[in-house]
Design a protein around this ligand. Structure first.
Ligand SMILES: [Fe+2]
Ligand SMILES: [Fe+2]
Length: 133
């Protein structure tokens, strides 16, 4: 998946979430560019850790909102967050063990996980929050 620039179609219309999504996409794009440029493994590992930590913070933001507003799809959404964090954790482990990630493989670092998640999970959450808020 090529580097993706933010577009309004990804907005979920909740300011805090959209702001974090823009930053998240930027980090994913940076990582994509870094892998294409075959940057040093240690630098890549640091970038991956930064992405993982920010993703964790972002998911916690969404989950707090889900709990606060008693979001009916909370469990399915949280499960998806856990799965994505596990994938990122596996990537960090793989790189720490000397592997170099590629695209569309077990060590996939493509951008589509973020966009697919935003479209399939975060948009319905945004719609819900706008209805209740
Ligand atoms: Fe989410
Ligand atoms: Fe999100």
């Amino acid at each position: 998946m090529p580097i993706v620039t933010w577009s309004e179609e990804y907005d979920v219309n909740v300011e805090k979430i959209d702001k974090q999504h823009r930053h998240l996409l930027q980090l994913v794009n940076d990582l994509h560019a870094a892998v294409e440029a075959c940057i040093d493994k240690n630098k890549l590992r640091k970038m991956l850790i930064e992405l993982t930590e920010f993703t964790r913070t972002h998911f916690a933001t969404e989950e707090q909102l889900m709990i606060k507003h008693d979001y009916p799809e909370k469990n399915a959404h949280q499960k998806e967050h856990k799965m994505l964090l596990r994938h990122l954790g596996d990537l960090v482990t793989a790189v720490s063990n000397g592997k170099y990630p590629t695209f569309y493989s077990d060590y996939d670092v493509s951008t589509d996980w973020a966009l697919v998640h935003i479209n399939e999970y975060d948009k319905p959450l945004g719609d819900f929050l706008n209805q209740v808020g």
